[in-house]
Design a protein around this ligand. Structure first.
Ligand code: PLP
Length: 409
């Protein structure tokens, strides 16, 4: 899967595929199956690189969950290093030769911490910390490691307007101010078992919130306003935090952003790299951003197994809701053929998913419906393999994390 011709700057965005085209390609394959359209994925990669405008992009492994795709992406100039999501996963990837790993979420896995302390390597995965408790926990579990354990300090990016009466943002780190960050930095450097290697702040309420909600113009306007205000406040605070922390240690990595904010986060001078993952697969939630558009790349096909009535075709399984505040936007959606939607009573089901709409009447038993997941990598927890499509052919079939026997989160 050579990445060379993949990200030709200036190439036009990939087009969306037609139902007939996919049906022809997959005529000999029985559903359920999942696929990634490489033309769309590389087109999305180009889009991300364009918005990053030269800032290196760290790839969020949770949003891809397929080792061979991650490796191919990392061969492409502009992408470097992985943002991982569990320590077991990080160690596994490290064992497979991935060596620039930033674990973005604190770990309480004592077994994996003990293993981390034992591995012989120049660049072990970096662990996330936001408190002295984290340091104590790591120290107790890892014991006396041969070399310092590298840690990343996480900054809270939330927006707290009206004197803090409103708090917008994910509940992640307690560290907000330069003083708080500097105090923890002092604590880290005072402990011989640790090295302060990075600083991260993920603005989930900017990067992960679509600002073009369907049929809700006013809400979209308010979200965009919130994002602008919050980004301005964060830029100032993050610069002050980095400055305060660098008075203690020369922290080389300052990571921020996600697919939805690559183009704004990268403008901050202190940012050394941005993160993106979902943008490669372009799941449903990423259809609803005002500033950029991606091409759907990952989808799954389910067979029609019943026709309960003229206007309904019932698919096998398909109820793969995405994580997050439960709402309709977390459900998968029929994609191809066009003109289908979920039945509002049943949604996506464990064993069956009825679809309705204009195209339902012409579907027959054994026909396939292609659906898109609301989020990116979670799809890979449902399938052992991904068919890779390029041009007019299926070029490969590669295992997902799950296909390699891994169940992360
Ligand atoms: C720490 C962190 N950084 C970046 C991201 C952005 O990932 P993506 O580009 O897949 O939205 C996430 C997503 O949840 C995250 O948790």
């Amino acid at each position: 899967m050579a990445a060379t011709d993949v990200v030709r700057p200036g190439a036009p965005p990939a087009r969306e595929r037609a139902y007939e085209e996919l049906e022809q390609l997959f005529a000999g394959v029985d559903a359920p199956f999942a696929l990634v359209d490489l033309d769309a994925m590389w087109s999305n990669a180009r889009e991300l690189l364009g918005r990053a405008a030269g800032r290196p992009i760290r790839v969020a492994s949770k949003s891809v969950r397929c080792r061979s795709l991650l490796a191919a992406i990392l061969e492409t100039p502009g992408f470097h290093g992985l943002m991982t999501f569990t320590l077991q996963e990080s160690l596994w990837l490290h064992g497979h030769g991935f060596d620039d790993l930033l674990l973005a979420y604190p770990t309480a896995d004592r077994t994996a911490l003990a293993e981390l302390a034992r591995i012989e390597t120049e660049r072990p995965p970096i662990l996330m910390v936001d408190s002295v408790d984290h340091l104590d926990y790591i120290q107790a579990a890892a014991g006396a490691a041969g070399r310092p354990i590298r840690v990343c300090l996480e900054l809270d990016t939330g927006w707290w307007p009206f004197g803090g009466r409103l708090k917008v943002g994910a509940k992640r780190s307690p560290l907000r101010t330069p003083g708080q960050a500097q105090a923890l930095a002092h604590e880290i450097v005072s402990r011989p078992g640790f090295e302060l290697a990075a600083l991260m702040g993920y603005e989930a309420h900017i990067a992960g919130v679509g600002d073009r909600p369907l049929d809700r113009r006013l809400q979209g306007h308010l979200i965009r306003l919130m994002k602008r205000r919050s980004a301005a406040e964060l830029a100032e605070r993050r610069a002050a935090v980095v400055d305060a922390v660098r008075q203690v240690a020369p922290v080389p990595i300052v990571n921020g952003g996600g697919t939805g904010s690559v183009h704004t986060t990268r403008r901050e001078a202190v940012i050394t790299e941005v993160t993106a993952g979902s943008g490669f697969f372009a799941p449903l939630l990423f259809d609803r951003y005002a500033d950029f558009s991606l091409t759907p790349a990952a989808m799954f096909a389910m067979p029609v197994v019943r026709r309960p009535s003229g206007g309904v075709a019932t698919l096998l399984g398909g109820g793969y809701p995405a994580s997050g505040g439960a709402g309709r936007d977390r459900l998968p959606a029929p994609y191809l053929p066009r003109g289908l939607r979920l039945d509002p009573q049943e949604g996506g089901g464990e064993v069956q998913t009825p679809v309705i709409g204009a195209a339902a009447a012409s579907l027959r038993i054994g026909d396939r419906v292609y659906l898109r997941h609301a989020k990116a990598g979670e799809l890979c927890e449902r399938f052992k393999a991904l068919y890779l499509v390029r041009g007019g052919e299926i070029v490969d079939e590669v295992p997902t994390y799950r296909g390699e026997g891994r169940t992360e989160l």
